[in-house]
Ligand binder design. Structure first.
Ligand code: GDP
Length: 447
C-alpha cells in the first residue's frame, strides 16, 4: 500500500542508531545516509532530499536527548518534524474563503492534465462541500472533449449536484463566467469550474486558464496531479504555479502504490501546498491534506489522531461505569485486568496513553517498560486457572500455585510474586486510566 517501501526503509534507518548515548555527527552518519537513500527511492527529487538531510542533521546535532528517551526516538522526532515542515506545517487549511466576501460563493478553478483524475476530483470536491451543507454548482468548460462534459454531467447527477454546461459551441471563458454568474445570482455557496484536460502542458492551455482565471477571479486555483507520477507531479505544480498562480494542488491516487515522492516534494519544489488528496475511485475518497498525519503515516508510527478517535470510540460510557463500579467494589480481579489490557492493545498499545491528559510527560522508555511488563503479566494471567483469576489471594497464599503459573508462562516464580504485589497498585492505575479515557481530550477536531 501507500508508502510501504518508504516506511520500511526509514524504520531500518532508525534502527541503525545506537540505543543509548547522544546524537553525534559520527553515529548519525549511517542512519542519515539510509534516510537519504529511502527518500531518493521514494522518488523525492535530489535537491529536496539534500536540503532535507542537511536540516535534519543540523537540528539533530543540537538536540539534547532527554532523560528517558533513546537517541533513536529523538532522531525520529526530528525527522518527523522536518517531514511536517517539508509538506507545509503552517496552518494547513483546505479551501480559501470566498473572494467576494460574505454572501458570495467560493469559486474553485480546477486544472490538470488528462487522466490524472481531475473530473473525479471535481465530483469529490463537490461532495466534500455538500457534506458541509454547502450548495454547490459544477461548471463544465472542456469544449474540446464532449465526452468530458458528459462525464461531469453524469457525476453530477450521481451525487445530486447540478452541472452548468453549454455544450461545445461557446468559449470556455464565457461558460465559466456565466456559470459563476449563475451561482452568484442563485445563491450558491460554492462553484467548481472544471477546465480542459490536455495530454501535455502547452501555451494554449496556460493562456486559456489565465483567461478563465481573469474572468472569474477564483478563491482557489488548484492543479490536480497524479501521485503515481512522483517527481513529475511536483514539477507540474511548479510550472502551473509560475504561469497561473495556484493556491494549491490536489494529489490523486494516493491509494495506489505511490512511493511518496509527490506528497513529499510538491510543496518544496513548487511553493504551493497540497490541499487535498484523493484516496480512491469513489466520491467519498477525498481528504484534506494534513502534513502531520501524513508524516505519521510515512514514519509508520500510526496516525495518532485516528488512534485517539478509536480510543474515544472504544470506551463506551456505560461500560466505563460498570468497570468503575467493579473497581470500587474491590471485586476487581485478574480477569478485569486482562480485559482492560486487551482493550488498550486493540487501540494500538500503551502509546495511546501519551494522548491522554496527564500522561503526555511519560517518556517513551517508561512506556516501553510498562508495556513490556504488561505483556508479561498478561502471559502469567493466561496460565492461571479461572479460580485463581477470580481470587488473586489464592496465589498470594500458595507458593506451589505461583510456581505452576510461572512455569506455564515460561517465567520465574518471582515474576508471579511481583504481579501479586503490584496488583493493588495497578488497580489504582487502571482506575486513573479508565477515567482519563472517559474524559477524552478537548479541542481536538478537524474544523
Ligand atoms: P481526468 O481525465 O483527469 O478527468 O481523469 P478522471 O477523473 O476521468 O480519472 C481517470 C481515472 O482515474 C478514472 O478511472 C478514475 O476512477 C481514476 N481515479 C481518479 N482519482 C483516483 C484516486 O484518487 N484513486 C484511484 N485509485 N483512482 C482514481
Amino acid at each position: 500500500a501507500m508508502f510501504d517501501g518508504l516506511t520500511a526503509s526509514l524504520s531500518k534507518a532508525f534502527k541503525g542508531l545506537s540505543a543509548d548515548g547522544r546524537l553525534s555527527a559520527e553515529n548519525m552518519k549511517e542512519p542519515l545516509r539510509d534516510v537519504r537513500r529511502a527518500l531518493l527511492e521514494a522518488d523525492v527529487s535530489l535537491p529536496v532530499v539534500r536540503r532535507f538531510i542537511q536540516k535534519v542533521e543540523a537540528k539533530a546535532l543540537g538536540v539534547e536527548v532527554l532523560d528517558g528517551v533513546t537517541p533513536q526516538v529523538a532522531f525520529v522526532k526530528v525527522v518527523s518534524d522536518e517531514l511536517v515542515e517539508l509538506m507545509g506545517a503552517a496552518g494547513s487549511k483546505d479551501l480559501e474563503p470566498a473572494a467576494g466576501g460574505e454572501g458570495s460563493p467560493q469559486v474553485v478553478l480546477l486544472a490538470g492534465l488528462q487522466g490524472v483524475g481531475k473530473t473525479t476530483a471535481a465530483g469529490k470536491l463537490a461532495m466534500f462541500l455538500t457534506k458541509r451543507r454547502k450548495k454547490v454548482l459544477l461548471v463544465a468548460t472542456d469544449v474540446y472533449r464532449p465526452a468530458a462534459i458528459d462525464q461531469l454531467v453524469k457525476l453530477g447527477s450521481k451525487i445530486d449536484v447540478p452541472v452548468y454546461e453549454e455544450g461545445t459551441d461557446a468559449s470556455p471563458v464565457d461558460i465559466a463566467a456565466r456559470g459563476v454568474a449563475k451561482a452568484v445570482a442563485e445563491g450558491y455557496d460554492a462553484v467548481i469550474v472544471d477546465t480542459a484536460g490536455r495530454l501535455q502542458v502547452d501555451e494554449a492551455m496556460m493562456a486559456e486558464l489565465r483567461a478563465i482565471k481573469a474572468a472569474i477571479t477564483p478563491s482557489d486555483t488548484l492543479l490536480v496531479v497524479d501521485a503515481m507520477t512522483g517527481q513529475e507531479a511536483a514539477g507540474l505544480v511548479k510550472t502551473f504555479n509560475e504561469q497561473v498562480d495556484l493556491t494549491g494542488a490536489i494529489l490523486t491516487k494516493l491509494d495506489g502504490d505511490s512511493r511518496g515522492g509527490a506528497a513529499l516534494s510538491v510543496r518544496e519544489v513548487s511553493g504551493a501546498p497540497i490541499k487535498f488528496v484523493g484516496t480512491g475511485e469513489t466520491m467519498e475518497a477525498l481528504e484534506p491534506f494534513y502534513p502531520e498525519r501524513m508524516a505519521n503515516r510515512i514514519l509508520g508510527m500510526g496516525d495518532v489522531l485516528t488512534l485517539y478517535e478509536k480510543a474515544a470510540e472504544a470506551i463506551k460510557e456505560d461500560e466505563v461505569e460498570a468497570f468503575q463500579k467493579r473497581l470500587a467494589s474491590a471485586r476487581f480481579d485478574f480477569n478485569d485486568f486482562m480485559q482492560q489490557f486487551e482493550r488498550i492493545s486493540n487501540m494500538g498499545g500503551l502509546k495511546v496513553l501519551k494522548l491522554m491528559p496527564g500522561f503526555s510527560s511519560v517518556s517513551e522508555k517508561q512506556l516501553y517498560e510498562v508495556e513490556k511488563k504488561f505483556k508479561m503479566y498478561s502471559a502469567l494471567i493466561g496460565s492461571m486457572t479461572q479460580e485463581e483469576r477470580e481470587n488473586p489471594e489464592l496465589l498470594i497464599k500458595s507458593p506451589s500455585r505461583r510456581r505452576r503459573v510461572a512455569e506455564g508462562a515460561g517465567r520465574k516464580e518471582t515474576d508471579v510474586s511481583q504481579l501479586c504485589t503490584e496488583f493493588a497498585a495497578m488497580r489504582v492505575q487502571m482506575q486513573t486510566m479508565s477515567k482519563m479515557m472517559k474524559m477524552g481530550v478537548p479541542g481536538q477536531s478537524d474544523e
